[in-house]
Design a protein around this ligand. Structure first.
Ligand SMILES: [Zn+2]
Length: 72
């Protein structure tokens, strides 16, 4: 049980650090992992890498391949 908790904490830490925002190259929509895309079926806290390939930009409808990492 103790071990499991440790593992969980490590994963959370990694996830927080890995969750980058991504911007749509077409319409500049910014995907924020902390918010997700509830209307598109993406729960808050979902990293861009973990979004299904079938997901499309909620604004202009392009696929994930047209997004690029967004650096604030
Ligand atoms: Zn777009």
């Amino acid at each position: 049980m103790k071990l499991r908790k440790k593992l969980y904490l490590r994963i959370s830490f990694k996830t927080l650090n890995d969750m980058k925002k991504y911007i749509c190259a077409i319409c500049q929509y910014i995907y924020d992992p902390a918010k997700g895309d509830p209307e598109g079926g993406i729960a808050p806290g979902t990293a861009f890498e973990d979004i299904p390939d079938t997901w499309v930009c909620p604004v202009c409808g392009v696929g994930k391949e047209d997004f690029e990492p967004y650096n604030e």
